[in-house]
Each structure stands twice: as structure tokens, then as C-alpha cells.
Design a protein around this ligand. Structure first.
Ligand SMILES: [Zn+2]
Length: 323
């Protein structure tokens, strides 16, 4: 609720000052506070001091050793601390999580200042218009970076929060190692882990669209995952027998056979729970299962088995027939 209020403060700031993009945060900050760019001996992005202190003007300090786009975000964040009436005293924005005051109140104020900064630099109506006008998420990301004056990761996280279910992003460094990944709310597929390699990209080959752009030494990938996938298997036969056949061909160890079946049933149980949550078609359920199976490398022997698609199609038809 308070986060919503923080966003409204940023919206009001836009209309009150008739701001244009990229927002001149330096000019704006000077209307509310003393502003200094400084070097810090510790790992800190910025400070908002003298907040709501009688007779004192608030002061904003920004770490000048950070990249320009990051300084802009920090500045927008500190303006948030200054204008939100319940943010009081002195707030230090420490980058190193181990040194952060972990109190709930501090974390809430940080989330509010971030929500304020996000809305100030990348207004909701602007992002929504970009999403309406363009299909290519790489194009949209690059427009946000350029016209919003933000970092590619800030633009990516902004899109993540606004996209509907079914989108996943990956950031890969020059050594082809994943440094960041995430998904829009409600997406079935789980993002790969930090440190995973290019195999994670291959596992998303079922995506209906892929958008890529590079920024510095990083490559950004957006995947649009299909709402529905055509059932590929012939689904002749009983899915239980098919699963039995598959696990027996993979291993003769009965304990391992049981473990495989439990893992497969875990994914299918999830699919079953989706049926209870809302309307599903055979094809949408198949897509949900493909998304859940695709990045589970422990199940590779199963999912790469020639009878797996038959098994999955048969199981899904069985699930649907029971509705
Ligand atoms: Zn802060």
C-alpha cells in the first residue's frame, strides 16, 4: 500500500514540474535539497541526510565513482527519501548487503524509494505505450535505456515488472556465464541460476520469440514463452505404462526408477494444480509442462527419451478428460 503511495509521489512530481524524459534528476534534486557528488571510503551509493529536521535543509550525497546511469537512479531514489514525509533522519544507501541495517522499517523505506525512483525515471504510462507500440523487447529496452537515462538492467527489471505472465530474461557476460535471470509474475518456467552457461539458452528453444541486445560486455535475452503448445506425442497407450517403460530403459536400479517417477510426478502435480486455478486447454497445459520440464536438467534422461512426448501427451489428455 505504501509502495503505491510512493509511486503516486513520483507521478505527482511529473505533473507538478512538467518533467520530460530523460528526467533531469540533478535539477530536480536541487529544488528540494543540497546536493553533493562525493567519494566514499565505504561501499555506499548515496545518503539522504537531515530529512524532516526542523530548521535544516535536507542534503543528498551521491557516490561519484559509480557509473552515470547508476548515479541517476541513486539520485532519484534519494529524492524519494526527501519528499516522502515519513522518511526521517539520515538514510544511508549501503551497497554491501552484509552492512545493511536489516530492520523491516529500513527495508520498507528502501523499497519505497526504489519504487519512487523507478516511476520517476521510467513512468508507467510511458512503458505501457512502448509495450503497445513495439513487439520487440530488445528495441523497447534500448529505448528505455536511451530515453530514460537508466542502465540496461534497470530497464530490464522495469519490463519484468510490467510484462504479463510468460516472459523470461537472461543476462550473460562475455564469458557466456549467466549473471542475472528473472521472469514476469505468473510465468511457469523457472529462470536459470547465476553461473549457468549457454545450455540454459538452448533449453529455451521452445520459446515463441527471442529478443537479444548487447550493452557493454553483457548480452540481454528476452524470451516470450508460448501460452499453448501443440501436443506432439501420439498418446497411444496408458501414461503409467509409458512412464514405467521409460524409467526402466534409463536405469535398472529400482531406487533410481522410483526417484525419477517422483520427480516427474512433482511436475505433473503442479500441472494438475493449474487445472484447479483456472481454465486450461490441452495445449496450455502442455506448454506449462514443457516449461517446467525444460530447465530441469536432473530429468534430462526422461525428457530426452523418445517416448517422453507420447507419455506427456497421454498424461495431459487423461488429466483433461477428468475435468
Ligand atoms: Zn535509500
Amino acid at each position: 500500500m505504501r509502495k503505491e503511495t510512493a509511486i503516486n509521489y513520483a507521478k505527482r512530481m511529473h505533473s507538478h514540474h512538467k518533467l520530460t524524459l530523460p528526467v533531469d534528476v540533478e535539477h530536480l534534486a536541487k529544488k528540494y535539497a543540497n546536493l553533493r557528488f562525493e567519494e566514499f571510503p565505504i561501499d555506499i551509493d548515496g545518503v539522504a541526510a537531515n530529512l524532516k529536521q526542523r530548521g535544516k535543509t535536507p542534503t543528498i550525497l551521491v557516490n561519484k565513482d559509480r557509473p552515470k546511469s547508476r548515479q541517476r537512479f541513486t539520485l532519484a531514489h534519494e529524492i524519494g527519501h526527501v519528499v516522502m514525509p515519513w522518511h526521517m533522519g539520515t538514510i544511508c544507501d549501503i551497497t554491501n548487503e552484509n552492512l545493511v541495517d536489516g530492520s523491516q522499517e529500513y527495508l520498507t523505506m528502501e523499497a519505497e524509494a526504489n519504487a519512487f525512483a523507478t516511476e520517476l525515471l521510467m513512468p508507467t504510462i510511458w512503458i505501457q505505450r512502448l509495450l503497445d507500440e513495439h513487439e520487440n523487447l530488445a528495441t523497447i529496452s534500448q529505448i528505455i535505456v536511451k530515453n530514460g537515462g537508466v542502465s540496461p538492467i534497470a530497464a530490464t527489471l522495469r519490463l519484468r515488472a510490467m510484462l504479463p505472465a510468460g516472459y523470461l530474461f537472461i543476462v550473460m557476460n562475455s564469458k557466456e556465464s549467466i549473471t542475472y535471470a528473472g521472469r514476469s509474475d505468473g510465468t511457469y518456467a523457472t529462470p536459470p541460476n547465476k553461473g549457468d552457461g549457454p545450455d540454459a539458452i538452448k533449453r529455451l528453444s521452445y520459446a515463441s520469440d527471442t529478443y537479444t541486445f548487447t550493452a557493454g560486455t553483457n548480452t540481454y535475452f528476452w524470451f516470450k514463452l508460448p501460452d499453448e503448445i501443440e501436443l506432439e506425442g501420439e498418446s497411444d497407450g496408458d501414461w503409467r505404462l509409458l512412464l514405467d517403460t521409460i524409467v526402466k530403459e534409463i536405469t535398472r536400479n529400482t531406487d533410481e526408477q522410483i526417484k525419477y517417477k517422483q520427480k516427474v510426478n512433482g511436475v505433473l502435480g503442479y500441472a494438475n494444480s493449474l487445472i484447479g486455478k483456472g481454465a486450461q486447454t490441452e495445449k496450455s497445459l502442455y506448454s506449462a509442462c514443457v516449461q517446467r520440464f525444460a530447465n530441469n536438467s536432473a530429468l534430462d534422461p526422461i525428457t530426452k527419451h523418445k517416448k517422453f512426448k507420447n507419455f506427456l501427451a497421454s498424461k495431459i489428455r487423461d488429466l483433461m478428460s477428468k475435468i
